[in-house]
Design a protein around this ligand. Structure first.
Ligand code: TRP
Ligand code: SF4
Length: 328
């Protein structure tokens, strides 16, 4: 029945927003219907850049798990776990590090980019260089066939494939070569028109109440050239319209919003009102589920513990095969 194994992880960045919902979680929820899915919180990966400031990692993990459950990750279908609970990942990471040439890691574009961009952090560490080896371990230990990731993660996935090939060549066929699952995602703009991101302060969170969502949408940036109500607008450059593409049915968008904007038939406030009429009912069930889950103090721990046992069964089996193949 299952079309194969899917695995994906997220670093524990804290509460999730609409960018995560439409960039990953909706896709994960669909995948869990047809594939054997493993989803996890990559807290060790958080350490590769946050090793100096670890105090938020546990709380961020908790918030993230609550958001994942509220957004539709169903643990009767998918296995949801915490990376640092599975020492098998760390052991495989060590073994794979023995066969991974350092130049493969040094030429990784993400490595160079992040070292240049995150200048406030000292990223000249061994752990940061080995980020993709740890990620390869996460994936290969479940023999995942598919890994849903954003385009930025594709070089890491290519490395995982190369490491799998090298291992199989040296010790015999143990690993499956994982494929990236790149889905065409809707663009999710933040309230200021830039990409939605916690660090820009422009995000709409799954924990935001309908009142909070309304208060964030009302003053949202629109087509900057539309200054007066009588000025025609251009939906193609308007972040509000990008949200309409997610929430408003195409028929209504094409018949009312798009022409209304271009002819100044509707004002931006009316347009945002229509958006909210679709957006609030779509987000309300997630918000309410999230609120109810948060009142159950042990739910996160229970879910992660259950996920741990299920993940461990597969991870333990693969690790045993690996050691057998390496004669260790
Ligand atoms: N590197 C991923 C990110 O930052 C998180 C991650 C860690 C991951 N291990 C993984 C994703 C394994 C997919 C598979 O988004
Ligand atoms: Fe944007 Fe809507 Fe205003 Fe047009 S009417 S500029 S789509 S908010």
């Amino acid at each position: 029945m299952s079309k194969g194994r899917v695995l994906s992880g997220m670093r524990p960045t804290g509460r999730l927003h609409l960018g995560h919902l439409f960039g990953a979680l909706e896709n994960w929820s669909r995948l869990q219907e047809e594939y054997e899915c493993y989803f996890f919180v990559a807290d060790w990966h958080a350490l590769t850049t946050e090793y100096e400031e670890t105090k938020d990692i546990r709380e961020n993990t908790r918030e993230m798990v609550l958001d994942m459950l509220a957004a539709g990750i169903d643990t009767s279908k998918a296995t949801l776990f915490l990376q640092s609970r599975l020492h098998e990942h760390a052991e495989l990471h060590l073994l794979l590090s023995m066969i991974t040439p350092v130049p493969w890691l040094e030429r990784n574009p993400t490595y160079k980019e992040q070292q240049q961009e995150l200048t406030t952090k000292d990223l000249s560490t061994y752990g940061f260089l080995g980020y993709p080896v740890l990620m390869a371990s996460d994936i290969l230990i479940y023999k995942a066939n598919y890994v849903p990731v954003g385009i930025d993660q594709v070089p890491h996935l290519e490395l995982a494939r190369e490491i799998a090939r090298r291992f199989n060549h040296l010790y015999g066929e143990v690993f499956v070569e994982p494929k990236a699952l790149l889905t065409a995602f809707a663009k999710v703009p933040g309230t200021d028109g830039r990409k939605m991101s916690k660090s820009y302060g422009n995000a709409i969170y799954l924990t935001d109440s309908p009142e909070q969502v309304t208060a964030k949408v009302k003053p949202m940036v629109t087509d900057p050239a539309r200054v007066r109500r009588s000025d025609p607008g251009n939906p193609d450059v308007c972040p509000v319209f990008d949200l309409h593409k997610i929430f408003t049915p195409k028929g209504e968008r094409d018949a009312i919003i798009d022409p209304g904007c271009r002819t100044a038939g509707i004002g931006c406030l009316d347009c945002k009102g229509i958006l909210l009429n679709h957006m609030l009912p779509a987000l309300r069930p997630i918000y309410e589920r999230r609120r109810d889950l948060a009142t159950r103090p042990s739910i996160v721990q229970e879910e992660l513990e259950d996920g741990y046992f299920r993940a461990k069964k597969v991870a333990g089996e693969t690790l045993a095969e690996v050691k057998e193949a390496m004669q260790i």
